[in-house]
Design a protein around this ligand. Structure first.
Ligand SMILES: *Cc1c(COP(=O)(O)O)cnc(C)c1O
Length: 233
């Protein structure tokens, strides 16, 4: 494994198709390490907690042109802050949350970029729509005028082998195509937010457009098993 954060980023980048956006996941990562990533060209940062992101954003104010991505479960009482701080919310995981974000976005006069988080396989440790429920909710989601619903996001359950993971990413891609065919005027799924340190090559093979990489850039997090299993806030 190559040594510095900059070297790791350069190495990962050199193998990425142009169509893939690299989001550096910086939960539990220091602002110094984030500055190193920025210096190496990273402009997309992903955080899973609103509060942690707020503190870091204050410390990184001098760095222009960062796009902030919320990738962790959003509690409804933090929705306003999330809209103020993030340009992308990948973890919209229920109709209720989408409708709340839509109302608040109108009040705040913003138009957040949204991914709908889906569970392709049953997984009690993760948030997200199961497929039939998502399909049933699409007409209501299409009424959320202030949201730019642009993508699907998924996190595979723990313990899948490569083939199972590949198949899960392919199913996510197929689901995106199925949704597009329904021609909802305001749901324009063109992004697939999938792929983390362990599986991003499989995700890219299946058409991912946004990979979310943490450990492979910044090293292991000091973390609990429970944190790894879910993307809970
Ligand atoms: C932590 C996290 C990542 C990054 O995971 P790594 O294994 O460190 O690459 C990506 N997506 C979500 C939703 C996460 O919570």
């Amino acid at each position: 494994m190559v040594e510095s954060i900059a070297e790791r980023i350069t190495h990962i980048r050199s193998n990425l198709p142009e169509s893939v956006r690299l989001i550096a996941v910086t939960k539990q990562v220091s602002v110094e390490a984030m500055r190193a990533a920025y210096a190496a060209g990273i402009r997309d940062f992903g955080e899973n907690r609103v509060q942690e992101a707020e503190e870091k954003q204050a410390q990184l104010k001098d760095l222009p042109q960062i796009t902030w991505h919320l990738i962790g479960h959003l509690q409804s009482n933090k929705a306003v802050k999330a809209l103020e701080q993030f340009q992308w919310i990948h973890s919209v995981d229920s109709l209720r949350l989408a409708q709340r974000l839509d109302r608040l976005a109108k009040e705040l006069s913003c138009t957040p970029n949204i991914c709908l988080q889906v569970k392709i396989l049953p997984d009690p440790n993760k948030y997200g729509w199961i497929i039939p429920q998502l399909l049933a909710d699409l007409p209501e989601l299409n009424r959320c005028q202030n949201l730019k619903i642009q993508g699907l996001m998924t996190i595979p359950p723990q313990g899948l082998d490569h083939l199972q993971t590949q198949s899960l990413f392919e199913k996510t891609h197929e689901l995106a195509a199925e949704i597009s065919q329904k021609n909802f005027s305001r749901i324009n799924i063109r992004e697939l937010s999938m792929g983390m340190s362990e599986d991003y090559n499989l995700a890219i093979n299946a058409g991912s457009t946004m990979i979310r990489l943490g450990r492979i850039i910044f090293g292991e997090r000091r973390t609990t098993g429970a944190d790894m299993l879910s993307n809970t806030t």
